[in-house]
Design a protein around this ligand. Structure first.
Ligand code: UDP
Length: 329
């Protein structure tokens, strides 16, 4: 199939591009490189350094590459930043998606898979979170993703755009070869930050809050391996083609690990004492997020391969060991 991946130079997008190519698809990438890296994009893809807001170019790219399906990752995704600069998030995520949908409608591309987030659920007390849980985002990032989902719903009703929204929990790990992985600048995510300690790039890891109502007082999250996550996108894309039914799914492991447990697992994987310092809570962090992915398993026939947290951290460690400085281009 001829597939357009927006945001294909980012952490999740670049893994999607590589895995689609490995399955024999023709892949076109649009990325403005505002947060992504050209180096992360597989050389077999048709790469355009372009902004999804630039309708004329997007329409041209859709037509000249005979695009049949779109996987839309291009968005800002930092919770903390979204609280400080909410309008930047509305512009890029919501208006950017609007512009993309307008372009798709104008050339008749009807299928889109896109990245949503567990942040649409906000603070919940009942775990695991299912797709029936009421969406009550507590940060701008989650709010913009929910707005994108709703925009798709109405675009479906009016224009027959069919979509599948995938609500990710904490995505982790790297491609099994170690060629590409999770690298952000600045880095804010737990696993890459923990691994900077054994890589001698950081003296210690901060534990953001030790007074949460969880088993050890630190935040609990549900970590899902990047390759399992991308497999769900491929299944979703095929499912949408077959059924033509819009839908949304959680993607997580169903298991929760605390920050302390993650540090402990990383100590085991790296064989390094990894110094940890207790610090203040980070604003906007829910105590616990654990997914039920029963719906994706049932309807998409999705099955995780990477079920062991130490294996997931090992795959991240392999990448960070080979690429200590991340990407440089
Ligand atoms: N976290 C931490 N120290 C850090 C970075 C993150 O304790 O240096 C915690 C954070 O508060 C959250 C968990 O680790 O509870 C996962 O954070 P991350 O930013 O990786 O993902 P998020 O859950 O925000 O999507």
């Amino acid at each position: 199939m001829n597939i357009l991946v927006t945001g294909g130079a980012g952490y999740i997008g670049s893994h999607c591009v590589k895995m689609l190519l490995n399955e024999g698809h023709e892949v076109t990438v649009i990325d403005n490189l505002s947060t992504g890296y050209k180096q992360a994009v597989d050389v077999r893809a048709n790469f355009y350094n372009e902004d999804i807001m630039n309708s004329e170019s997007v329409i041209d790219i859709l037509q000249s590459n005979n695009i049949e399906s779109v996987i839309h990752f291009a968005a800002f995704s930092l919770v903390g930043e979204s609280m400080k600069e909410p309008l930047k998030y509305y512009y890029n995520n919501v208006y950017g998606t609007q512009k993309l949908l307008e372009a798709l409608i104008s050339v008749g591309v009807k299928n889109i898979i896109f990245s949503s987030t567990a942040a649409v659920y906000g603070e919940q007390t009942v775990m695991p979170i299912t797709e029936d849980t009421l969406e009550t985002p507590t940060n701008t990032y989650g709010e913009t993703k929910l707005a994108m989902e709703k925009m798709m719903k109405w675009a479906d009703k009016a224009h027959g755009i069919k979509y599948i929204a995938l609500r990710y929990f904490n995505v982790a790990g790297a491609f099994h070869t170690g060629e590409i992985g999770e690298a952000h600048n600045p880095e804010t995510h737990l696993i890459p930050l923990i691994l900077q300690v054994p890589n001698n790039q950081r003296e210690h890891i901060n534990i953001f809050g030790t007074d949460y109502e969880t088993r050890d007082g630190t935040c609990v999250r549900d970590y899902i391996h990047i390759e399992d996550l991308i497999n769900a996108h491929i299944l979703a894309m095929n499912h949408l083609k077959e059924t033509n039914i819009s839908d949304y799914f959680n993607l997580g492991s169903g298991e929760g690990y605390s920050v302390l447990e993650m540090i402990q697992a990383a100590r085991k994987v790296t064989n390094h004492p990894i110094k940890a310092i207790e610090s203040e809570r980070r604003s906007g962090d829910p105590a616990e997020l654990i997914a039920s992915s029963e719906k994706a398993q049932r309807i998409l026939k999705w099955k995780r391969v990477h079920t062991n947290i130490e294996d997931i951290i090992s795959s991240a460690w392999r990448y960070h060991n080979i690429n200590k400085e991340g990407y440089n281009d």
